[in-house]
Design a binder for this molecule. Structure first.
Ligand code: NAP
Length: 303
């Protein structure tokens, strides 16, 4: 899908529509597997405790699996689950031949060491792409399970045919799941990629000026509407990863979702921008489904 940009006309990067195309492609592959009497991929999500946001994310992932024919199961564990008990569950899933991939929904209750759990997952089943083996492979540009949000951003840039080579890409936020990996991917020798990358964080000086020098601005800092129009170069490509549920008098529910970018003013200046909701979020879920399909194909010896 090549979209010609007319100066000052902003193009919305429609994550919902793009994720739908991706999901249609995944569903087609799953149907083909079933037609050939090959078992459908199976994804398991482990949910510890009753964090409402985590419950929403896991339900959304389950629904997405159903929509493409991927079998999904949720292991719901109480918040008082010990680290040892969770390690045993991970070990069980590592060895369960019926399961192609699984995720441990983060954040975990405070008494559990997240890193220890992530490192206990078999990298071959780590469809979140958080295990150090997959992170290392990603950093080296070796085929691996890529973390879903950065992979979703790359896919969005690819499908909208956005030029990234030689561009200055500024990433705000250096989390292990978004900021750091997307900064690595954008600097890699591939397309999308080949950008000159600046990674900013809470200790960065002159963040406004740096952001305003970006041709491509990727924002994952977890601060509602942090990026304002004065921080954006005219015609920049703006990718907003942030999600915040804030009170609203205009919606029936009394809440609305906003991002890390002040959409109303920044969209007037950007050439391309992701909305919240409907931008990066749906692409993240599609990335997880793609990784699960990939795991199932590897397990069943399909190219
Ligand atoms: P995170 O773990 O919340 O970390 C935030 C990062 O932003 C840190 O690197 C922090 O710097 C930096 N930061 C915070 N305040 C800053 C400031 N004032 N100036 C500059 N840098 C600042 O990040 P995350 O997990 O990537 O989440 C970011 C946002 O994306 C959240 O709103 C989250 O809900 C959302 N998210 C959305 C999706 C999706 O699918 N759409 C997926 C994942 C996350 P330090 O490292 O120095 O502390």
């Amino acid at each position: 899908m090549r979209l010609k940009l007319i100066h000052n006309i902003m193009v919305l990067l429609d994550g919902k529509k793009t994720a739908k195309s991706l999901k249609d492609e995944i569903a087609k592959d799953v149907v083909q597997m079933i037609d050939n009497e090959i078992e459908a991929p199976h994804l398991v999500a482990i949910l510890v405790g009753d964090d409402p946001a985590s419950q929403t994310y896991v339900s959304a992932k389950e629904k997405a699996c159903q929509s493409v024919g991927i079998t999904s199961s949720i292991y719901r564990l109480p918040s008082k689950t010990t680290e040892e008990e969770l390690l045993q569950t991970v070990d069980f899933l590592n060895n369960d031949k019926e399961v192609d991939g699984f995720i441990v929904q983060l954040p975990l209750p405070k008494h559990i060491n997240e890193q220890r759990i992530i490192e206990s997952i078999d990298p071959a089943k780590d469809v979140d792409g958080f295990h150090p083996v997959n992170v290392g492979k990603m950093a080296l540009g070796i085929d691996a399970y890529l973390p879903a949000t950065p992979a979703g951003i790359i896919e969005l840039l690819k499908r909208y045919d956005i030029e990234t080579e030689g561009k200055h890409c500024v990433v705000l936020g250096r989390s292990n799941i978004v900021g750091s990996p997307i900064s690595i991917m954008m600097g890699q020798k591939k397309n999308p990629g080949n950008s000159t990358v600046t990674l900013c964080h809470s200790k960065t000086k002159n963040i406004k000026q740096i952001a305003a020098s970006a041709d491509i601005l990727i924002v994952a800092i977890g601060k509602p509407e942090f990026v304002t129009a004065d921080m954006v170069k005219p015609d920049a490509v703006v990718i907003d990863v942030g999600i915040h549920r804030v009170p609203s008098k205009k919606t029936k529910s009394g809440f609305k979702l906003i991002g890390d970018v002040k959409f109303d003013e920044v969209s007037k200046k950007a050439s391309y921008i992701t909305p919240v909701p409907g931008g990066v979020g749906p692409m993240t879920i599609a990335g997880l489904l793609a990784n699960t399909l990939k795991a199932a194909k590897i397990n069943r010896g399909i190219n």
